[in-house]
Ligand binder design. Structure first.
Ligand SMILES: [Zn+2]
Ligand SMILES: [Zn+2]
Length: 457
């Protein structure tokens, strides 16, 4: 880390310290030795998706047609992935020990099934203070330096894919260029993808977030708005386009924090305006050796993960599960599942799917909370169509208000299994999701879970 980079980090430190100072109680909770910290091995039991697979031989009533009430008949299971991990080699802000080999080892220790390496497209990473560019650090591509290595490190039990974080460079020295944005570029396929491309992230202050997004889509990436609301302006999104596939509703920096909560609200507003945007999370880990729960600046690999429901741990299957929105985001627990059934218990849809509104329906929420004993509130949310007070505007960092309705709140103890059903009156255009969060959200929050969305039509 050089002096300018440190300066950038200090700005972040100040911002986060101000937030933390708002709540003594929450500051205490975030200290690693307070008893609420996650043990390093707490995430190693993650591959428990199997036990919620449909088991044809179980004792649930089966009327002979394969119908098991209140169960999802889809084959598949949940796979835990980290979609935002920095490796050494393409920009100056990843630790030298963050090699693909070491990332693979640590990911497997933590129960993570797949990792996408997302090195910055520019050599200076997210640091706009470094004006001297290092020609040894791949300034103009290759953008996918570990493409072949990632493929070589993948097998039947673990997947590694090289993506990119397209990072337009802000013109911080000349009065600031305002927000631009970082775009996660996740290869849509491993077969026809051309890793020999160069993204344009300069001249300083002249490449918009929308242009970065277009570049991701032009090369066939699943595109993610990373950390859309900061915490600092030069990595916030500028809202020059709303044509993204996903929003990173949980960036691992500073645990789950206020800026992640804002990203959830932005995502909810997209849904209310009929844009089927997928919620995802990513650790944004830059130092592979950081242990959970990490620190404000250094999130650990695998915190959080994006769970994806698919038939197999193969990239084509995982990416189609992502496009379909069959996801959940958690740090310590198991995936928070959301399904909808008719009154007879006939399954209608899982996260990412839609159902007919003009009938009696029940939403079932299932999961297992990780972490400590402190109570968490699990909420079932209805997002009304066109209900968002959308204050987002080009070049501005305004957080929209989705005006959602909390249909029900359940309290959940640490380690508890969640399995709740509730009847809902859905109107066409309504969207539903569930999440488990502390109230209020400050910084370094743990044991958070977010489901994918259900769409009433
Ligand atoms: Zn970023
Ligand atoms: Zn990043």
């Amino acid at each position: 880390m050089n002096g300018r980079c440190l300066k950038a980090h200090l700005v972040i430190l100040i911002a986060v310290s101000i937030m933390a100072a708002c709540s003594d109680e929450k500051s205490e909770q975030s200290t690693p030795d307070s008893g609420t910290a996650v043990e390093p091995d707490a995430t190693s039991d993650r591959d428990t998706g199997d036990d919620r697979d449909v088991d044809e031989s179980d004792e649930d009533v089966d009327d002979g047609d394969g119908f098991v009430p209140w169960e999802r008949p889809e084959e598949g299971r949940w796979w835990a992935g980290d979609l935002h991990v920095h490796a050494a080699g393409a920009s100056n802000d990843a630790a030298p020990e963050s090699t693909p080999e070491r990332i693979r080892e640590v990911a497997i220790e933590r129960g993570v099934d797949f990792v996408v390496l997302t090195d910055h497209s520019n050599s200076t990473g997210s640091d706009p203070w470094t004006l001297e560019e290092d020609p040894a650090l791949f300034n103009q591509g290759p953008e996918f330096p570990f493409w072949d290595k990632a493929l070589a490190l993948s097998d039947d039990t673990f997947l590694m894919v090289q993506g990119n974080e397209i990072s337009p460079v802000a013109d911080i020295e000349n009065g600031g260029s305002g927000p631009t944005g970082h775009i996660g570029c996740i290869p849509g396929t491993l077969v026809d993808f051309d890793p020999n491309v160069a993204f344009v992230d300069r001249p300083r202050g002249e490449v918009t977030g929308g242009e970065a997004l277009q570049q991701a889509q032009d090369v066939g990436c699943f595109s993610i708005l990373n950390h859309p609301f900061g915490p600092v302006f030069w990595i916030s999104y500028d809202w020059t386009s709303y044509d993204y596939d996903a929003v990173e509703v949980w960036n691992g920096g500073a645990g789950f924090n206020r800026f992640d909560e804002e990203a959830v609200k932005g995502w909810a507003c997209d849904l209310s305006q009929d844009r089927r945007v997928v919620p995802v999370g990513g650790s944004d880990n830059h130092k592979v050796e950081v242990e959970p729960p990490g620190t404000v600046f250094d999130p650990p690999l695998g915190t959080p993960v994006t769970w994806v429901w698919s038939d197999a741990l193969e990239w084509d299957e995982i990416i189609s599960g992502l496009y379909a929105g069959q996801v959940s985001i958690t740090d310590t627990g198991e995936p928070l599942e959301i399904d909808v059934f008719d009154a007879s218990g006939q399954w209608l849809a899982m996260a990412g799917g839609d159902f007919q509104a003009d009938q009696e329906v029940w939403i079932r929420v299932q999961g297992v909370r990780g972490g400590a004993d402190e109570e968490r509130q699990l909420q079932l949310i209805r997002i009304p169509q066109d209900g968002c007070d959308d204050t987002r505007a080009e070049g501005q960092i305004n957080v929209p208000d989705p005006n959602w309705e909390v249909l029900e709140t359940w309290s959940v103890d640490g380690g508890a299994t969640v399995d709740e059903k509730r009847e809902v009156n859905a109107e066409a255009g309504d969207v539903f999701f569930a999440w488990m969060v502390p109230e209020p959200v400050i910084s370094m929050e743990e044991d958070v879970a977010i489901s994918g969305a259900l769409f009433a039509r």
